[in-house]
Structure formats: structure tokens, C-alpha cells
Design a protein around this ligand. Structure first.
Ligand SMILES: C[S@@+](CC[C@H](N)C(=O)[O-])C[C@H]1O[C@@H](n2cnc3c(N)ncnc32)[C@H](O)[C@@H]1O
Length: 432
């Protein structure tokens, strides 16, 4: 009899007994059933090299196409970023932009094509971007524009429209044709508005520069630094100060970071009970894996270690950003509202439906070694941070406040004689 079938619970080093839910792991998405596959998948993407181990890879000889799904998800991430810019009052294009861990460089290409940045650069340890087929992005864009019409009809049907059509056919229309806007929302948790379809492409999808090197070794500064689903492979303690160094004074960073503490993350690790990886220390996790999955232990540990080992929370990032001279302009948590995400994995909301899953108990087990983690962290799928480099200049006193006022329109003091007169006239008119 296999070890896993005998044992019904796992005892942590703190003495907590965590009950195994029979068949839990097998209920999920087929890819997760094989840790061998998962680990191989990561290795094929050379993620093992990310933290500095393994052999060198060569760029693929094959031209890389952008599938519609891949385009739609990235369009969604860019849309979310522009929405945060808008909320923070950022509406001017940036001169230079660097995308960290850029992969194929899809997002910086989009930003350039939209006219949000004039010069788009990406950095990655591996060249996955020079073979990229830009035409496939143009094709996907055309398709996206068509989807707007279908989405409108679908929204109408959802609100009860076209009721003369049999309900089954209406359901099939909604389920079979998942529109890209909803795909984005279900994938990451924040549903975009209809203006998702209205962003316009005005320029070619060009990546002006690709740095094939370690980000930590780059010695240049940019007006905008972005990163989309890459920083979870970096070590936060090094990455955030380096991002601050890579920004020009006043420059802005937008970071979209997948989160460790949700029931599944970009490692797709699913054990024999929910939050298995999250509620055990690494030592306990390795012991658990050896006890329950001895044949897969190596692959599982490999996948586990692929995530930033400090397992940061939103506050960890914000704290370190502030210490590195980056002010917070905005933050968002993406939480999945439905029971399942777009890959058929149970979300936190989905887990709360079951009587044998107790979020408070899971949190108290996590608190044994990570007291900073909060309930909302268990719901958080990814976080978005908007930061600005604000170098410290002088002390706070009347003089520095006057200088600050002078910079802003409220205390506009023109230098030229003509504008001085205009200002006086305006003041006389309003103030008397
Ligand atoms: C999950 S992929 C990011 C995908 C990409 N941002 C996108 O949206 O398609 C993470 C990338 O980070 C890169 N990476 C990891 N560590 C790096 C480092 N120190 N310097 C540069 N790139 C790095 C990896 O090579 C990998 O391509």
C-alpha cells in the first residue's frame, strides 16, 4: 500500500495536524496531475535558469507567433495598467520604457504601438523576442475589434435579451464563445469595461531594443519600467532596489506580480489539501512531499523553488519600495470573484463553499511562521503596484514648501512682466 493511502493527516513541526482531503489533488486540471510534466514545463521554458542554475539555452529557430488568447491576456494587462495610470492622473506618453523579464516582449510592443511610449525596450536572460512575428499581433488586433460586437450581443443576452431564442442555445452562445474581455477578467480577477476594445493601435509593434542579459547587470535609466508576471521569479530584496536604480528621477514603475498566497499560483502546485504549499514552511513542505509523494519529491520541490523564496505579501513590496525611494501612486489586488478561474481551478471563493475547508484555520497555521499574512492575502491572485521615484532632496521647511508651491499652478508666479500683469488682472477680477 502506498504511503499516501495510509496516512490521513500531516503533522507540521508546530504540532498541527492537517487533514488530507482524499483525491483533492486529482480533482484539478489535468496538467497538475503530473509533477514531472510541471517541472519539465518549467525547465523547457528555462525557468530553472532564472535563479541562476542549469545550462544555457539558445533562442528557438522557429518564428514565434502570438496566438489570439496570448494577445488578449496581454492586451488586458496593458489595459489594466492604463486604467491605473488614468486614476493616478498619468496621461502623457513616456519617452523610454524598459520591460523586465519581457519574454517575447508583447506588452512593451503594445505600449509603443499605442503611442504610450516612444522607445520600447525589453530585458530578459533569453532571447525569445527577436524571432517574434509582429504580423500575428496585427491579426489578433483585428480579431479583437470584431469581438467587441459579439461581446455586446453576449452582454445583451446575459441581461435577458433575445429571450425568443431557446435557453440552451443562448447558454451555448455565452459559454462556447468566451469573449476576450471576460477571459481577462476570469483569468486575473478584474473585469474590464467595454472600453477594453477601444484602445487604438497607431504604430508598428516594434521592440526598439532587447537586452539579452541579467537585469541586475543593466546600468541604464528609463522613464517607465514595467514588469508583467515575471517578478515572482526574482528575489524581491534585490529586484525592488534595482528597479529604483533603473528609473530616472520622477520615473514611474508599474509591476504586475503573481501572488504566492492564493490557493494556486504560477507554480500550479496543488497538494493533498488546499493551500498545502502556503501553510507549510519549506522544511515541512519538503518533509510532506517526501512522505506523501516520494516518487515526485524532486520535481515538486523544484517547482516550489521556482517562486521567489521570500513569498512576499503586498506590504512587503510596498515597504521595500518606500525604503528604495519609490513612492506609492496606486495599488490593486486582483481577486477572482467566481468559484473557478479560466483554467478550471478552484478559487478561494470556490474553496469557501466546502465545509471541510476552513480559511481561518489555514490562516492560523500560516501565522505560526508568517504572522504578517492576512485573510485577504489568501484571496489575492496577483497585485499591481504603481510607483514613482521621488529622490530625497532637502529638508522640510518654509523655503522648501514655497519652492513646492511655486512648482504647482496654485501658486503660479510668472517671471515675465506681461504674464505678471495678466496674473494680477485675473487675481483682481476673482479676489477683488
Ligand atoms: C514568466 S516569464 C515573463 C513573461 C512576459 N513578461 C510576458 O508577459 O509574456 C518570466 C521571464 O523573466 C525572465 N527573467 C528571470 N530572471 C531574470 C533576470 N534576472 N534578468 C532578466 N530576465 C529575467 C525569464 O527569462 C522569463 O522569460
Amino acid at each position: 500500500m502506498a504511503v499516501a493511502e495510509r496516512a490521513k493527516s500531516f503533522t507540521t513541526s508546530f504540532g498541527d495536524n492537517i487533514d488530507i482531503i482524499p483525491g483533492y489533488q486529482k480533482m484539478f486540471w489535468p496538467q497538475i496531475r503530473s509533477f514531472q510534466l510541471l517541472a519539465d514545463g518549467l525547465k523547457r521554458e528555462d525557468i530553472d535558469l532564472v535563479l541562476g542554475t542549469g545550462a544555457e539555452i539558445k533562442p528557438t529557430e522557429r518564428e514565434m507567433f502570438c496566438s489570439f488568447r496570448s494577445y488578449a491576456i496581454r492586451w488586458y494587462r496593458v489595459y489594466m495598467m492604463l486604467e491605473m495610470f488614468l486614476q493616478a492622473g498619468i496621461d502623457k506618453p513616456f519617452d523610454t520604457c524598459l520591460d523586465i523579464g519581457t519574454g517575447q516582449g508583447v506588452q512593451p510592443r503594445m505600449l509603443r504601438a499605442m503611442g504610450m511610449v516612444k522607445h520600447a525596450a525589453g530585458i530578459d536572460l533569453y532571447d525569445r523576442a527577436t524571432m517574434f512575428n509582429e504580423k500575428s499581433m496585427a491579426k489578433a488586433y483585428k480579431k479583437l475589434k470584431w469581438w467587441k460586437h459579439i461581446d455586446k450581443i453576449q452582454s445583451y443576452v446575459e441581461r435577458g435579451g433575445l429571450s425568443f431564442i431557446p435557453a440552451d442555445i443562448r447558454q451555448a452562445f455565452l459559454r462556447h464563445f468566451e469573449n476576450p474581455r471576460k477571459l481577462g477578467g476570469r483569468y486575473s480577477g478584474l473585469m474590464p469595461h467595454m472600453d477594453y476594445y477601444d484602445l487604438k493601435i497607431k504604430h508598428p509593434y516594434k521592440l526598439d531594443k532587447l537586452y539579452v542579459q541579467d537585469f541586475y547587470d543593466l546600468d541604464e535609466q528609463f522613464d517607465l519600467v514595467t514588469s508583467y508576471t515575471a517578478l515572482e521569479h526574482f528575489e524581491l530584496e534585490r529586484a525592488i532596489p534595482k528597479i529604483a536604480d533603473s528609473l530616472k528621477p520622477g520615473g514611474v514603475a508599474y509591476l504586475w506580480i503573481p501572488y504566492w498566497w492564493c490557493p494556486f499560483n504560477t507554480t500550479y502546485l496543488v497538494g493533498d489539501m488546499p493551500w498545502m504549499a502556503q501553510r507549510l514552511t519549506r522544511d515541512d513542505f519538503v518533509r510532506y512531499v517526501k512522505e506523501f509523494h516520494p516518487q515526485d519529491a524532486e520535481n515538486i520541490t523544484y517547482v516550489y523553488d521556482y517562486f521567489d523564496p521570500s513569498h512576499p505579501t503586498m506590504n512587503t513590496y510596498i515597504d521595500l519600495a518606500e525604503k528604495s525611494g519609490l513612492s506609492l501612486l496606486g495599488s490593486r489586488r486582483a481577486m477572482l470573484p467566481g468559484e473557478m478561474n479560466s483554467q478550471q481551478l478552484l478559487t478561494t471563493v470556490g474553496h469557501t463553499h466546502f465545509s471541510n475547508v476552513n480559511l481561518q484555520e489555514i490562516l492560523s497555521q500560516i501565522h505560526r511562521f508568517r504572522p504578517d499574512v492576512q485573510l485577504e492575502d489568501l484571496y489575492t491572485q496577483s497585485i499591481m503596484l504603481l510607483l514613482q521615484k521621488t529622490p530625497r532632496k532637502e529638508e522640510l521647511n518654509q523655503q522648501s514648501m514655497d519652492a513646492m508651491h511655486d512648482k504647482h499652478l496654485a501658486k503660479y508666479r510668472p517671471k515675465g512682466a506681461f504674464m505678471k500683469k495678466v496674473r494680477q488682472k485675473v487675481l483682481d477680477f476673482y479676489v477683488g
